[in-house]
Design a binder for this molecule. Structure first.
Ligand SMILES: O=c1ccn([C@@H]2O[C@H](COP(=O)(O)OP(=O)(O)O[C@H]3O[C@@H](CO)[C@H](O)[C@H]3O)[C@@H](O)[C@H]2O)c(=O)[nH]1
Ligand code: MN
Length: 359
């Protein structure tokens, strides 16, 4: 029987939104009901806005389609992707909560090796409420976990850790492989459950997947822009990757932590590798320039807020990546538009206790 988060016991019930990008009906929520029901959902409906998305009874949600995005953002709506899961970042922008958990609609409840259903949301909350250790690697993994600690030789001056901004979960069954790997290994399934949560060390980038991801919106929200993907764009399936590289250099600069590992979800279906190849191929060779760019990024000391960091990053993208392809010039402008829209919808000091409801 799944351990359920009743309204009374649901951790961060009024401080966390669940953001779901979708082009399908949301029947998958039935299996998540024991864990998700107490929480507010923000559904970002992609594709045809005239299509009706069915949400199972009993969930508290707000739903935005493309007409809503255009109405709310006006001309700035062009920074939100269309016909790509990148549209989910609109949900981050309109949320009024401190925490976000985002999950794909083909991600089901996974079971741990004992067969117990995994409360992925509960584990993300644990990860976010526990410090990270980006400055010195603890070889016994998460030192704050019951039954573990800092090992001998770990500097005591670093044992307080830093605030955790991002919790990156993993996937059983269909792994998040790129199209070439998917084509070479069509039958490969991830059956390996690794019972660990790791802080990604400072100065190390990672490939962030958006299908099972949580973050502290107050600490890093403005940098969680999923870029220009999908319709009318030369690239797709690099939405979460781009956001992951941006948030990691900013977290490193601001002294915030990023964790990966538990929780697992069960990724139920593989998207079409041929369609994926068409979306990804430019990214596969562009990233050989993008990664060295992010590895050399230095943010000035006076970049003391996420917005200032992000605007500075956009400038450097424009200066140094536009020569790779004019797309990056457009992307850099969209990064600035995103921050303008974010600050419009989230004026500094606005109470996080605002009621739910359509922006
Ligand atoms: O045009 C679209 C397509 C899909 N969605 C919604 O987005 C998620 C993910 O869709 P799907 O599971 O079909 O695709 P995956 O390849 O498994 O997605 C993963 O790869 C990355 C693609 O960027 C991403 O990080 C992962 O999500 C579902 O909820 C679809 O309903 C959409 O909104 N628009
Ligand atoms: Mn999927």
């Amino acid at each position: 029987m799944a351990e359920s988060a009743s309204s009374a016991t649901a951790l961060l019930k009024d401080e966390l939104d669940i953001v779901i990008p979708t082009i399908r009906n949301l029947d998958f929520l039935e299996m998540w009901r024991p864990f998700f029901q107490p929480y507010h959902l923000i559904i970002v409906q992609d594709g045809d806005p005239s299509k009706t998305i069915k949400v199972p009874e009993g969930f508290d949600y707000e739903l935005y389609n493309r007409n809503d995005i255009n109405r709310i953002l006006g001309p700035r709506a062009n920074c939100i992707s269309f016909k790509d899961s990148a549209c989910r970042c609109f949900g981050y922008m309109v949320s009024k909560k401190k925490y976000i958990f985002t999950i794909d609609d083909d991600c089901f409840v996974a079971s741990d090796p004992s067969g117990k259903p995994i409360n992925a949301l509960g584990q993300h909350i644990k990860n976010l409420l526990c410090p990270s250790t980006p400055f010195f690697f603890n070889t016994l993994y998460d030192p704050y976990r019951d039954g573990a600690d800092f090992v001998r030789g770990y500097p005591f001056s670093l044992r307080e850790g830093v605030p955790t901004a991002v919790s990156h979960g993993l996937w059983l069954n269909i792994p998040d492989y790129d199209a070439p790997t998917q084509l070479v290994k069509p039958l490969e399934r991830n059956t390996r459950f690794v019972d660990a949560v790791l802080t990604i060390p400072k100065g190390t980038l990672f490939p962030m997947c958006g299908m099972n991801l949580a973050f502290d919106r107050d600490l890093i929200g403005p940098a969680m822009y999923f870029g220009l993907m999908g319709d009318g764009q030369p690239i797709g399936r690099y939405d979460d990757m781009w956001a992951g590289w941006c948030i990691k250099v900013i977290c490193d600069h601001l002294g915030l932590g990023v964790k990966t590992g538990l929780p697992y979800i069960y990724h139920s279906k593989a998207s079409n590798p041929f369609v994926n190849l068409r979306k990804e191929y430019k990214g596969i060779f562009w990233q050989e320039d993008i990664i060295p760019f992010f590895q050399q990024v230095v943010l000035p000391k006076d970049c003391t807020t996420v917005q200032k960091c992000y605007i500075e990053l956009a400038k450097q993208v424009k200066d140094k990546l536009s020569k790779v392809d004019p797309y990056f010039d457009k992307l850099a402008d969209a990064m600035v538009t995103w921050i303008e829209a974010w600050d419009d919808l989230n004026p500094a000091g606005a109470s996080a206790k605002l009621p739910n409801g359509k922006a």
